[in-house]
Design a protein around this ligand. Structure first.
Ligand code: SF4
Ligand code: SF4
Length: 357
């Protein structure tokens, strides 16, 4: 049985109070004790889409990074570029939004590094021989770092019911190609009404899968290898993924991706989940998504399965109903933790230890 530490938060808008609680949680749980002098520590976080207000605040990431610095290790804040087109699709835009949201070396004590997964040197193919994924495409810096700390906002999610530590690693450490692999087994689609047939996407396609027939641009799914380069290339946002395709297996694929990262970090990772500002959708939404549950608190553990299960149980307890199922009736969020336990990534049973502040 794994131990999950928990500090309650009644009002997420009291930033100084939450900072104090993050400090107490880290001190009491000692979950960062595995970090050694000189370790390069990848601190995986979601910087929030433009106008999003649910993401974990830089002040809290700063508390965590400063604890890592105190161990004479080198933390860096990081995330991968998105599959959809937004403000985090490419490195310059992603860095810009991270800085605009306050994630700077000044605030956090750590630099922000976004890997450009268009460069082969930044991608590692991890052979996992899973049921759904044989080879996972992972941003190299997560595998090259000595240690990994996952900071996740615990909230609802369109595809996976809810998202926490496991999703932050499984989807969040995957390259754009890896994300497409998880979301869909089919080629992206072109939205005819937005496409002006400029053919920029075709120039980026490594397999010549995109062609012009008459006035319409087509993707030949038999040639497409799902690299997702065209999605980022189209400034008109005319290329999209059929988010429903492969939806029933997205959680299993995501967990197999998480295993590709976590197996390289045995006893070298820790997870901190913020179950506050619990929204219906994830932080990729460019808006102030309304909360669907009261603020619960902050959780910490070295077990990514236990921490997500503890957050899930605590939210349901506080609400008296499965608000994630109500928000996304076709999704069973529990599937991700069950499959992760089946793959040996952690324990479903946990002991919850409340930290007094
Ligand atoms: S880049 Fe976009 S607008 Fe241009 S051809 Fe491709 S899909 Fe159409
Ligand atoms: S996903 Fe990659 S291979 Fe498929 S059409 Fe787009 S650029 Fe070409």
């Amino acid at each position: 049985m794994s131990k999950v530490y928990f500090v309650p938060v009644k009002d997420a808008d009291r930033i100084e109070d939450v900072r104090r609680k993050v400090t107490a949680l880290l001190d009491e749980s000692k979950i960062l004790d595995f970090i050694r002098n000189d370790d390069d520590v990848a601190v995986k976080i979601h910087f929030g889409e433009e106008r999003n207000t649910g993401h974990v605040r830089p002040e809290y990431a700063g508390v965590i990074c400063k604890k890592i610095l105190a161990k004479k290790a080198r933390p860096f804040l990081t995330d991968t570029n998105t599959l959809y087109r937004g403000k985090r699709t490419n490195v310059p835009d992603h860095l810009k939004i991270a800085h605009e949201h306050g994630f700077t070396k000044n605030t956090c004590g750590a630099e922000v590094i976004i890997p450009d997964d268009d460069l082969k040197a930044n991608v590692i193919d991890v052979a996992i021989n899973g049921t759904f994924i044989k080879k996972a495409k992972i941003a190299a810096l997560f595998l090259q770092a000595d240690a990994l700390v996952g900071i996740a906002h615990f909230k609802g999610h369109l595809m996976t019911g809810f998202g926490g530590a496991l999703k932050n690693i499984g989807m969040g450490c995957a390259t754009r190609e890896g994300k497409l692999m998880q979301h869909s087994e089919i080629a992206p689609v072109i939205e005819v009404e937005k496409c002006d047939a400029c053919m920029t996407c075709a120039k980026r396609c490594p397999t010549d899968a995109i062609s012009l027939k008459g006035h319409r641009v087509y993707i030949d799914s038999s040639k497409c290898i799902g690299c997702a380069s065209c999605i980022a290339a189209c400034v008109h946002e005319a290329i999209d993924v059929d988010w429903e395709a492969g939806g029933s297996m997205v959680q299993e694929k995501m967990i197999e991706y998480a295993s590709a990262v976590l197996r390289s970090k045995k006893n070298k990772c820790a997870f901190i989940n913020f179950a506050i500002k619990i929204t219906k959708e994830c932080d990729c939404l460019a808006k102030d998504d309304p909360r669907i549950a009261p603020d619960i608190g902050i959780f910490a553990s070295t077990d990514p399965v236990s921490i997500d299960k503890a957050c899930f149980d605590s939210v349901l307890d506080a609400c008296g109903k499965d608000i994630f199922k109500l928000a996304h009736p076709s999704r069973d969020g529990g599937k991700q933790v069950r499959y992760a336990a089946e793959l040996g990534l952690g324990e479903l049973k946990y002991e919850l230890a409340q930290v007094m502040t």
